[in-house]
Write a protein that binds this ligand. Structure first.
Ligand SMILES: Cc1cc2nc3c(=O)[nH]c(=O)nc-3n(C[C@H](O)[C@H](O)[C@H](O)COP(=O)(O)OP(=O)(O)OC[C@H]3O[C@@H](n4cnc5c(N)ncnc54)[C@H](O)[C@@H]3O)c2cc1C
Length: 480
């Protein structure tokens, strides 16, 4: 398993990242990226330290070498349970606030490798490419990000009917060495700190979109791949004390531009097959397996939220108030427990086909459909509990050192349960969770990391056992 230092060194590959019109010289030293990279490196080191732990690693069937269970092809509920543990392992360092840790796209690649028959339909060499890359990623513990949703150019038209060709990524020409790709994808979270990028479409392609019907991987440092992150939050933070989450856990959402990038044939999974691009995520176990990671990660975040709510009640000295207890029980704890049950149900009752266990779609899509509503409600609960507390804090940590402000800061910002420094620390943490720009992005992430609400709801519609439900009604109707 890789060392954190080796991971950091591998990011110095000349990758083309542009912030505010300028190229970032070294992503590992730039203040916008340094903290999340440090966190990933530290987690690789922690993973390496537990390499013999059967709860988090498995032995590859052929070589016997041990690998993280994020690369385990699940055959049973117990295998999914092993995958859940490794997702928690990666989610806990950021309290569930970083969604695209290495274990996310590892799910996609593992599911693809378990379902090579789909890629073989385009030619056996494509299936070989999938399996070979999966094995390499597993053996080298690669961090892969993905870009699978194109920019919103025109919702009424497929890519090939846009005002200009190749606004969305597509093949401009083929050479003996590979295919040349031009265009842009909307968002690849974490790509600035990943090793490789997986590129395809999860949005349905239409007949005529053959130039766009591709699926491939490429190193983030590849020639012609250009990364345009949105505004980073770490560089806006005055201190960790003032912005404990923005300053440390911003995983950076990034628009990716393919400026005539040559993708060698051995990195191509699908070439000019609309049917296969449209089938890859749902016919294979990829979608439910990857979103299982998302739900496990979200569960960690909910637990963190519950902790914040309880600590807030304590600092306000309201934890024994019956109304506060009712809020904490009904509007926080109940949701956390219900969500945990959904994750466990997806794992305990998998759909097993072709000897591969996929987390049950019914529970995965129920979780995904609910989470965007739960998080809005639960953040509102935190706001309701806080009242004006977020505004009843000094402008920054410097207030504790200013000669004229120190004494008043200590005196007037305290609660009877906590001194000013501890109270403000907690309140600023909660504000970074619910109210800052970082928090706003978190909410948008939970709402859209996969798809819009109607898209998720329709998946739920397809996953639910309507036949069983209707049968109950038929029995009832037949009774009279
Ligand atoms: C923080 C964040 C991180 C992300 N990270 C990644 C990542 O790592 N990799 C990746 O590939 N993607 C990522 N995404 C992109 C994500 O997959 C998409 O945002 C998501 O699939 C929704 O697609 P969209 O943005 O095009 O929105 P849309 O699907 O366009 O939805 C936006 C709104 O428009 C409505 N709408 C959609 N179609 C129509 C129509 N035809 N007519 C009228 N209304 C319509 C929807 O119902 C919705 O209300 C990320 C997104 C966010 C917000």
């Amino acid at each position: 398993m890789r060392r954190g230092d080796d991971y950091v060194a591998s990011l110095r590959d000349g990758r083309a990242i542009f912030l505010d019109g300028e190229r970032v010289k070294d992503v590992t030293r730039h203040p916008a990226f340094v903290e999340p990279i440090r966190l990933i490196a530290a987690t690789y080191d922690r993973a390496r330290a537990v390499i013999l732990d059967p709860d988090l690693t498995f032995a590859a069937p052929a070589s016997g070498a041990r690998h993280s269970t994020m690369w385990l092809i699940p055959r049973s509920a117990d295998d999914l349970s092993a995958r859940r543990r490794v997702h928690r392992f990666w989610a806990e360092p950021s309290y569930g606030l970083m969604g695209r840790t290495p274990d996310h796209v590892a799910c996609v690649l593992t599911a693809f490798a378990s379902w090579r028959q789909l890629f073989d339909r385009g030619g056996r060499h494509f299936g070989d490419n999938v399996v070979r890359f999966y094995e390499r990623a597993r053996d080298e513990d690669l961090y892969v990000a993905y870009a699978i949703v194109p920019p919103q150019i025109d919702r009424t038209k497929p890519a090939h009917l846009h005002p200009e060709p190749f606004l969305h990524p597509g093949v401009v020409r083929e050479t003996e060495a590979g295919m040349v790709v031009r265009g842009a994808h909307s968002i690849a979270t974490s790509v600035t700190m990943a090793d490789w990028l997986f590129v395809s479409y999860i949005t349905p392609l239409a007949e005529g979109d053959e130039d766009y019907a591709i699926s491939f991987v490429l190193p983030v440092g590849a020639d012609g791949l250009k990364l345009y992150p949105r505004r980073p939050y770490a560089t806006m933070a005055t201190s960790v004390y003032d912005y404990p989450l923005s300053s440390r856990f911003d995983e950076l959402d990034t628009t990716v531009v393919f400026d005539d990038v040559l993708v060698p044939w051995e990195q191509v999974f699908i070439h000019r097959r609309v049917d296969l691009v449209n089938a890859q995520f749902h016919e294979s176990p990829s979608h439910t397996t990857a979103n299982f990671q998302s739900l496990v990660r979200f569960g960690v975040k909910l637990e963190f939220l519950a902790g914040l709510a309880m600590k807030l009640a304590e600092v306000q000295v309201s934890e024994s108030d019956p109304n506060t207890q009712a809020t904490l029980g009904g509007d926080v704890a109940a949701y956390c427990a219900a969500f945990d049950a959904l994750v466990k149900a997806a794992e305990r009752f998998p759909l097993v086909t072709n000897d591969v266990a996929r987390p049950h779609p019914q529970y995965i899509y129920a979780g995904m459909g609910l989470q965007r509503r739960l998080i809005v409600d639960m953040m509102r609960t935190l706001r309701e509990m806080a009242g004006g507390a977020f505004q009843n804090v000094p402008s920054s940590e410097a207030s504790f050192v200013g000669e004229e402000t120190r004494a008043a800061t200590e005196r007037y910002f305290q609660s009877s349960a906590a001194g000013a420094r501890d109270r403000i620390k907690l309140i600023k943490l909660i504000w970074d969770f619910v109210g800052t720009e970082f928090a706003g992005r978190q909410l948008q992430y939970e709402m859209f990391y996969s798809a819009s609400q109607p898209v998720v709801n329709r998946r739920m519609f397809r996953a639910y056992d309507w036949a069983a439900a209707k049968q109950l009604v038929d029995r009832c109707l037949g009774e009279y």
